[in-house]
Design a protein around this ligand. Structure first.
Ligand code: PEP
Length: 261
């Protein structure tokens, strides 16, 4: 199994390092990972998302690489009295390509609402940063039969006023909250069913020819040994990876197993 690349959607595998790896650990990782790139499948977009302070080091070291760089968050504001924030323009200035928005940790711990996430997504597109837009239900919501309602609300809220063209430059990451950092993975069928539903909501918003081109990553305890089965599902177009992306060798193995060429 594994993701067999189609013309329609190029798979995308992103490493979310969360609050790990300052500039020197980032440099160590990138040097080791770059040595493994030649052995990795070519038809896959690979993205690293270090913490803010490590972004300049990452973009400098990867300036001539196929590996792209993502921030893990950003402000929807351009400048002003917003202590501790980082703007989209600042990320562009240091050559960042993507930005993770709406991660469940930002929603749950920092109280980010669909409205805030929507404002950030619109701002990211304004400066041509590609959002990796995270959605996903809690265990309670799934057990209460609210999976589809939750996903629909998050998608329509997050993508409000996002144009068709911008939607095509948005990566959606379906991450069931109960599978993030827990070692529990959604079964390939649970993940595929949710992805199919996400795509159907995207079809309602943008029509089938657009929704078929939007990449939907799965996230939640993806590892080298389950990547092939998950990425082999029809509507799963890549992975957003936390824990298993912290070591260059295990992240490289995950990519190798997940994408078949
Ligand atoms: C994540 O935080 O986006 C994630 C998927 O983490 P993990 O792979 O550790 O579950």
């Amino acid at each position: 199994m594994g993701y067999a690349a189609t013309d329609m959607r190029k798979p995308i595998i992103a490493a979310n390092w969360k609050l790990n790896k300052g500039p020197s650990d980032t440099e160590d990782f990138i040097k080791s990972f770059e040595n493994k790139l030649a052995d990795l499948p070519k038809g896959v977009d690979i993205v690293l998302a270090p913490p803010f302070v490590s972004l300049p080091k990452a973009t400098e070291l990867l300036a001539h690489s196929k590996v792209r760089v993502s921030a893990q968050n950003m402000s929807e504001k351009d400048n002003g009295a917003y202590t501790g924030e980082v703007s989209a323009f600042m990320l562009k200035e240091i050559f960042v390509n993507y930005v993770i928005l709406g991660h469940s940790e930002r929603r749950a711990i920092y109280g980010e609402s669909d409205e805030m996430i929507n404002a950030k997504i619109l701002k990211a597109h304004e400066v041509e940063l590609k959002p990796i837009f995270c959605i996903g239900e809690t265990l309670q919501e799934r057990e209460d039969g609210k999976l589809e309602d939750v996903l629909r609300t998050q998608i329509t809220g997050g993508l409000k006023n996002v144009t068709e063209k911008q939607a095509l430059d948005t990566v959606v990451a379906y991450e069931p909250v109960w599978a993030i950092g827990t070692g529990v993975t959604a079964s390939p069928k649970q993940a595929q069913d949710a992805h199919e539903f996400v795509r159907s909501v995207l079809t309602d918003l943008y029509g089938v020819s657009v929704s078929e081109k939007i990449r939907i990553q799965y996230g939640g305890s993806v590892k080298a040994d389950n990547a092939a089965e998950l990425l082999g599902q029809k509507d799963i177009d890549g992975a957003l990876v936390g824990g298993a992306s912290l070591e260059a060798s295990s992240f490289a193995e995950l990519i190798k197993n997940g994408v078949v060429e």
